[in-house]
Design a protein. Structure first.
Lengths: 453, 347
């Protein structure tokens, strides 16, 4: 084997002659693969961005109309002989006249309004005009009169909600064609609406009641608001925060700093990670069985909702707390121990304060996740026609039936009237604003306080 | 150690609140999603006109409502169950086993079930129960013989129907609506097509088993169970021009801009034709009250009386405006609620 070193240019072997500036086929192939991969990556990001934009645009486009509502101003005469026969102006006596007693006043007022403005009355029955205003109008007039009995005998201007279909017409959702087969409203109504709109007594304006109001029944979507369920969500979040933060932090400090490393703590760790991946509906069933059927807590109460969501949030908080405790360098602990601090002093005086930004970030993200959760609430009775009473006090806030924001949105999306569909989208906007605020707070906390070593 | 104090006090609060089951002061209702709109309208007006808080109305379906109703007596159980069908004897037994014995049955009115399709879709304008049976049942009679249903188009069994693919969205089995669909449409169609006779023969003369076989729907994807609400059916219809769906009359009347309805046996569904009994596919709606809760839960009896009052459930009331077909015997129901007459007690 003396001539083992083959001369360059010997038969059968190509010359390796290329320069680095000149690409051979193999290099070209590798470069092309890299370019392709870059393109795939960009395409993946692009698709994600497009979907996000589509989602946001459709949410905003469908949801923004829910924030405005059509109101019609009507002067209503409040006759004494109908509303207060006794004449003593005692609200307790006047309460006997129900909303059904107030409804005819609306008919009279609307007929008078048409006459005064020279608008032709197309219907034989005056009660047909009432379809233009919300069925909440009678209750609105009644509440005003009961709160202020001296108004009786006068003509008072009321700003009434227009019915959902009139509102839909002003928003372009309802047209004369789509009303052709609708029994709730006729095209003649829309003629009147047009004329009233020209007169300036029927207008769209911002609807605070959508943000602060309570849920309404199926027959009056124009009145429904998210306010009460927002309060329900608030009380649930209080329960979640007060329970899951101390329990979660205590558990992770023990596991991270004090617990011996053995089979049992390994088992617990694995189970915590598994719990974080358990579908939330499972916690709902657990909540139904344990808190309602066994512990006899009240149904539909934010307290129970909060307890269930606490179970769901705990693993998230424990995992993020342990991660931020781990991120504190051991030198801090060693230094504290070295100057004579006890183990507990080193943890509570040095490690925990340094880990706090991470813990808070994890907690806020856990809360944000809990805020958007619907599935477990289905099973403990927080979905339905529930959020109609504002709780009167802190104890009632925890214990009296209420809904939550995502549950309310889910409920609206199920209802028959198309106006509720719009409100569901509007509710999503409010929910997203809350979630984004919480996430921004989390980011700010991290930016402001996080330390790197 | 303020942190430990905080933890300790939190746990204490949790423990205290867990033992204090607060007294309930509002009526709690659950059940049929068909009755939910009516119940919510009543609950809202009840809260407005009375000094009681607005009742809480949950949905979930007739069966799940009655199941919760029968869980027992006490403040942590519901007071009223809404149902789009009558309570079954098996449910009455479960109730009795759990101590729920005195049940007041209240019929609030009638509801029509309609077959609707996309407004601009094929001309599904007139159906007979036989057409629906032929389209959706598991076994049909073809050329005098009982065979598995392989019809793909409506024209294959009725030349008057549009030349379109068969696709039906029907309520899932947890809905009370399904039962009416089975009894008033499938069984009727089964009889009309002669399948009932063939099935009775196949089952050795057992008519009950044959009727049960009539209610089976095909499983090749042409008949789809919808377990959600009517909004889900509407969304499916929206994306399938050829499909027909089963809706409640009130839901259809709120969505006439998207749906068109078909006649059944030549009768157009409307509150009038259902009240007169001409439209064949209708069913009574009920709610059930625990008598033991009357006097314990404030406002329960008032709620029930208000529900069936002429102002609410009468022919000119808001329930009828929403789509309920009011009960011609409403006066009897009113006196029954007034006297708290329970089921089974002789009237």
């Amino acid at each position: 084997m003396t001539d083992a070193t083959v001369q360059p240019g010997a038969e059968g072997r190509p010359v390796k002659s290329g320069s680095l500036l000149e690409q051979d086929a193999r290099t070209k192939r590798r470069n092309a693969a890299e370019a392709r991969f870059k393109f795939y990556g960009m395409a993946a990001v692009g698709i994600g961005v497009i979907f996000l934009i589509l989602l946001l645009v459709s949410i905003v486009r469908n949801g923004v109309p829910a924030f405005t509502q059509t109101f019609v101003t009507v002067p209503i005469y409040l006759p004494e002989d109908k509303l207060d026969k006794s004449g003593v102006r005692d609200p307790d006596v006047m309460r006997k006249v129900t909303t059904f007693g107030y409804a005819p006043l609306l008919d009279d007022a609307l007929v008078t309004k048409l006459e005064d403005n020279g608008i032709e009355m197309p219907f034989a029955k005056p009660s047909k005009l009432r379809d233009m205003v919300s069925s909440s109008a009678a209750a609105q007039v009644r509440d005003t009169v009961l709160a202020n009995p001296d108004l009786i005998g006068q003509t008072v201007d009321f700003k009434l909600l227009a019915s959902s279909r009139v509102d839909g017409y002003m928003k372009g959702r309802v047209t004369r064609e789509s009303l052709a087969r609708d029994k709730n409203l006729d095209a003649e109504h829309l003629d009147i609406v047009d004329q009233l709109h020209e007169l300036g007594t029927l207008e769209r304006s911002f609807n605070w009641a959508f943000i602060f109001g309570s849920d309404a029944s199926e027959s009056r979507p124009e009145q429904a608001g998210l306010g009460v369920s927002m309060v329900g969500s608030l009380f649930m979040m209080i329960v979640v925060l007060v329970l899951s933060l101390p329990i979660g932090v205590a558990a992770s400090i023990y596991l991270e700093e004090f617990a011996p490393k053995n089979r049992w703590t390994d088992l617990i760790e694995v189970n915590i990670s598994n719990l974080a991946a358990v579908p939330s509906i499972v916690f709902g069933i657990l909540g139904l069985a344990v808190f309602i059927q066994f512990a006899h807590l009240p149904m539909s109460a934010p307290l129970v909702g909060g307890l269930v969501l606490t179970l769901m949030t705990l693993p998230t908080i424990i995992i993020s707390t342990r991660a931020s405790l781990k991120a504190v360098p051991p030198s801090i602990r060693d230094a504290a121990l070295g100057v004579g601090a006890s183990k507990m002093q080193s943890v509570f005086h040095h490690v925990l304060p340094l880990a706090m930004p991470g813990i808070l970030t994890g907690t806020i993200l856990g809360l944000a996740q809990a805020l958007g959760e619907t599935a477990p609430l289905l099973l403990i009775g927080m979905v339905g026609f529930i959020a109609s009473n504002m709780p009167d006090g802190v104890a009632a806030g925890f214990l009296s039936p209420n809904s939550a924001m995502p549950a309310q949105i889910y409920e609206w999306a199920k209802r028959a009237d198309p106006a509720y569909y719009e409100r569901a989208w509007g509710g999503i906007i409010i929910l997203l604003v809350f979630l984004m605020t919480m996430n921004i707070i989390a980011i700010l906390l991290r930016r402001r306080f996080e330390r790197r070593w | 150690m303020s942190f430990i104090k905080l933890t300790a006090s939190t746990l204490a609060i949790a423990a205290v609140s867990a033992t204090a089951a607060a007294a309930r002061d509002q009526v709690q209702v659950a059940g049929s999603s068909t009755v939910l709109p009516y119940a919510s309208i009543v609950a809202e007006a009840f809260g407005e006109n009375f000094d009681f808080p607005t009742p809480v109305v949950e949905s979930g379906g007739s069966s799940s409502g009655l199941k919760r109703f029968c869980e027992g007596v006490g403040e942590n159980t519901i007071d009223v169950a809404n149902a789009s069908r009558a309570i079954k004897s098996s449910e009455v037994e479960t109730c009795a086993a759990n101590g729920v014995t005195d049940i007041i049955q209240v019929r609030i009115g009638y509801d029509g079930i309609v077959f609707a399709s996309q407004l601009n879709g094929p001309e599904y304008t007139a159906f007979e129960p036989a057409d629906i049976y032929n389209a959706l049942a598991a076994k049909v009679v073809k050329d005098g013989e009982l065979v598995d249903n392989t019809y793909a188009k409506w024209t294959e069994f009725n030349a008057d129907l549009p030349d379109a693919e068969i696709l039906g969205f029907i309520p899932g089995t947890k809905h009370g609506t399904r039962e009416v669909f089975e009894e008033k449409v499938l069984v009727a169609g089964c009889e009309a097509t002669g399948a009932l006779e063939a099935l009775t023969a196949a089952n050795g003369g057992d008519k009950k088993a044959a009727e049960k076989a009539c209610m089976e729907v095909r499983t090749d994807g042409k008949s789809v169970d919808i377990d959600g609400d009517y909004t889900e059916t509407l969304a499916r219809i929206d994306s399938n021009a050829n499909a027909i769906g089963v809706f409640g009359l009130a839901f259809y009347e709120n969505n006439t801009d998207k749906l068109k309805v078909a006649t059944m046996s030549g009768v157009e569904p409307s509150t009038e034709t259902i009240a007169s009994g001409d439209y064949p596919v209708s069913r009574p709606l009920y709610f059930y009250i625990k008598k033991a809760h009357i006097g314990v839960i404030p406002g329960l009896k008032e709620y029930a009386e208000f529900f069936v009052s002429d102002d609410m459930a009468g022919p000119d009331g808001p329930l009828s405006a929403y789509g309920l077909v009011s009960d011609p015997e409403l006066a009897d129901t009113q006196s029954m609620v007034e006297e708290e007459k329970t089921m089974g007690s002789s009237s």
